[in-house]
Design a binder for this molecule. Structure first.
Ligand SMILES: Cc1cc2nc3c(=O)[nH]c(=O)nc-3n(C[C@H](O)[C@H](O)[C@H](O)COP(=O)(O)OP(=O)(O)OC[C@H]3O[C@@H](n4cnc5c(N)ncnc54)[C@H](O)[C@@H]3O)c2cc1C
Length: 637
């Protein structure tokens, strides 16, 4: 654990005594933590304002990090010098590589987290940084002069000044919790809503809309009969999120699987008239890929049963999470529903399930740097941009934090391309498409998912993290060494010959393989079912080299998928052609002939930075792009 050894002299005569900071980060959730740490590590004095300091980096929904597409985000955050991967690696209850038998583009690491430990660990890291000042308060107003942010005001009228502010307010803005037909003002269970800031944004000409999300009930572990459930252990051979070495190996704990049944479905159907969703009390749209259990029962009416995972929330608590059972039905109905599940017949509910409706700021009002198009120095990151999920939030918080630094420093903004990362894809989608439901990262959102894998996030982004200043020289040195080792080993396997001896064939027979004649090791690796571990069995030199796992796994992927990777690289080069057509910021689309007024409206609202982004805006036709291309080519705009 980190020790907060503060040097009092550092704090003498400091601006913080006059409430002056370089940056203010509003919100201590996953986005806020990355933003505040990035700024602080880059040398800025940062004020972190949050509604409850005991809830820093809280996981208000599932106690887990990673999973499909999200694991790639966490690795990308780590490669850029963010913190989420390290905190997850330090506080896991279980690690599991999902889709391990499938291709590398869809393999996904998932950690079951110790929720409280995660939060404490993160808070400790923040408190150990002399540049970070934490304050429990609710920011209600932003101060702006000549379209430049100059500060913020809290609920008690205390003013703070800074020329960059990052808003990461999660589900708190005008948040309203629903349980059955009852509702009350709150951002999440046990935490008040942030009232006032939305109005302040409206006065600045920034639009907000409503979304909703929900979470399942928590039950007391001592009242669960696990013998009626199927145990779900984690992996024995552990993988981690951070590319940094050396972390403590922890004891791991299982999850359990149970299922809904006809009785559960009947209880839900019989009580739909008590659902705030079905009674039209909630207007915000919920997460399409994470529906409530009542949504699942209604939408997939022919499905007789749904998987429900029972997950521990931490070692220091009996609280247990019921994954897949999010609902906003009344508490008495929730108890009946829970007790209809095998193993939960006597369950005691510690916390009820609920839905929350909140304001978000559609991200088409920001640029790829996550800075507001209207107000200079005002950045947005996380759920406030219309996303859902800790990893999505952390990724945006990191970019917003880095760019708050770049803005103050007069440096070029960090805008990641779609072909560089899922982070780039996520942000491009947010600022380009008018998102209507909470956006969650999915592998299918990327056109380059073979190139954007969790295993090569370091190769894609560590040089950028080092250039930005968040990846230190030691980690960068390790990265360079690893890349050199991958190259050396790949080259060696191009020339290494595996002979078709009896001994070789008897080993290969175990894997349904056979050699008629000698073959280069790289060629053999391309065969389905053959991997580097098998090569080690076949060739004593390969075994003796004892190449580290992270290196040989990369070699394996690079050789095996060589053809596909090259094809995708060509695709990136093709897309790059449109990216070269930069669109002037002050372009007047109304003066362009031959495009419809609907297209003009969309382009004027989103103001794409180049033709590639313009082509991704929903409803923009290839013919419109051709017109724009001709105009840009002839400099007629
Ligand atoms: C009920 C519920 C259900 C969810 N369900 C899912 C799910 O199914 N799947 C999923 O992936 N994600 C889910 N999430 C979302 C997930 O929790 C968030 O996506 C993630 O935590 C967002 O991170 P964030 O940093 O943007 O915001 P948060 O983690 O919410 O943090 C926001 C922070 O801002 C602070 N804050 C807000 N306003 C102010 C203000 N004016 N002044 C000072 N501080 C302020 C708050 O105190 C809080 O610390 C759910 C969240 C909730 C609450």
């Amino acid at each position: 654990m980190f020790c907060a050894c503060l040097d009092y002299n550092l704090y003498m005569n400091a601006d913080y005594m006059n409430n002056k900071f370089d940056v203010i980060v509003v919100g201590g959730g996953h986005a806020g933590c990355e933003a505040v740490l990035a700024c602080a590590k880059l040398g800025l004095k940062v004020l972190l304002c949050t509604l409850n300091v005991d809830n820093i980096a809280l996981q208000p929904c599932n106690p887990a990090v990673g999973g499909p597409a999200k694991s790639t985000l966490v690795r990308e955050i780590d490669a850029l010098g963010g913190i989420m991967g390290e905190v997850t690696d330090a506080t896991y209850l279980q690690m599991k590589m999902l889709n391990s038998s499938k291709g590398p583009a869809v393999r996904a690491l998932r950690a079951q987290s110790d929720k409280r430990e995660y939060s404490h660990f993160m808070r400790n890291i923040l408190e150990s940084n002399d540049n970070i000042f934490i304050k429990q308060c609710c920011i209600t107003e932003l101060k702006v002069e000549n379209d430049q942010i100059v500060g913020a005001v809290d609920e008690f009228g205390v003013e703070y000044s800074s020329r960059a502010i990052v808003l990461t307010t999660g589900t708190s803005l005008e948040g309203k919790i629903f349980i059955g037909l009852r509702s009350y003002s709150a951002g999440r269970l046990g935490e008040k809503a942030a009232i006032g800031l939305s109005d302040s944004l409206h006065k600045l000409g920034i639009e907000t809309k409503k979304l909703k999300t929900g979470t399942p009930a928590r039950i007391d572990k001592r009242t669960i009969d696990y013998s009626k459930m199927i145990i779900q252990p984690g992996d024995e051979e552990l993988n981690f999120f951070s590319f940094k070495p050396d972390r403590p190996i922890r004891k791991t704990y299982p999850c359990y699987l149970t299922k809904t049944n006809e009785l559960t479905h009947k209880i839900i159907r019989d009580n739909l008239d008590k659902s705030p969703m079905y009674q039209g009390l909630i207007h915000g749209v919920g997460p399409r890929y994470c529906p409530s259990i009542e949504d699942k029962i209604v939408r997939f009416a022919s499905n007789p049963s749904h998987h429900i995972f029972i997950e521990p929330e931490g070692l220091g608590t009996y609280e247990t999470y019921i994954q897949g059972f999010s609902t906003s039905l009344p508490i008495d109905v929730q108890i009946q529903m829970i007790r209809s599940l095998p193993g939960l017949e006597k369950a005691h509910m510690v916390k009820p399930a609920y839905a929350v409706e909140y304001d978000y700021v559609p991200a088409i009002q920001t640029t790829h740097s996550l800075m507001s198009k209207k107000i200079k120095g005002l950045f947005f990151g996380g759920q406030i941009n219309g996303t859902s999920g800790y990893e999505e939030a952390a990724a945006q918080g990191l970019i917003a934090g880095i760019n708050a630094f770049n803005y103050l420093n007069g440096s070029e903004m960090l805008e990641l391309s779609r072909s560089s990362s899922y982070i780039g894809t996520l942000i491009d989608d947010l600022v380009t498409k008018d998102i209507q439901d909470p956006y969650r990262m999915l592998t299918s959102r990327s056109e380059y998912r073979l190139l954007l894998r969790q295993d090569n996030a370091d190769a894609r982004l560590t040089p950028i993290g080092h250039k930005v200043g968040l990846v230190d020289d030691i980690q960068y040195g390790r990265f360079i060494q690893k890349q050199q080792a991958i190259e050396t080993e790949s080259k060696r396997l191009e020339t290494l010959k595996i002979s078709a001896t009896e001994e070789v064939n008897s080993i290969l027979a175990k894997y349904d393989q056979h050699l008629e004649r000698g073959i280069r090791a790289a060629e053999l690796l391309k065969r389905p079912g053959v991997d580097y571990k098998i090569l080690k069995e076949l060739d004593s030199e390969t075994k003796e080299l004892n190449i580290p796992r992270d290196v040989y796994e990369q070699v394996d992927v690079i050789i095996k998928y060589d053809g596909y990777l090259k094809r995708q690289e060509e695709q990136v080069a093709q897309a790059g052609k449109l990216e070269k057509f930069k669109i002037p910021e002050d372009i007047d689309y109304n003066k362009i002939d031959h495009i419809s007024s609907e297209t003009k409206d969309k382009l004027s609202k989103i103001r794409p930075k180049d033709l590639a982004q313009a082509s991704r805006i929903g409803g923009i036709k290839p013919a419109d792009i051709s017109v724009l291309m001709v105009m840009l080519d002839k400099h007629k705009v």
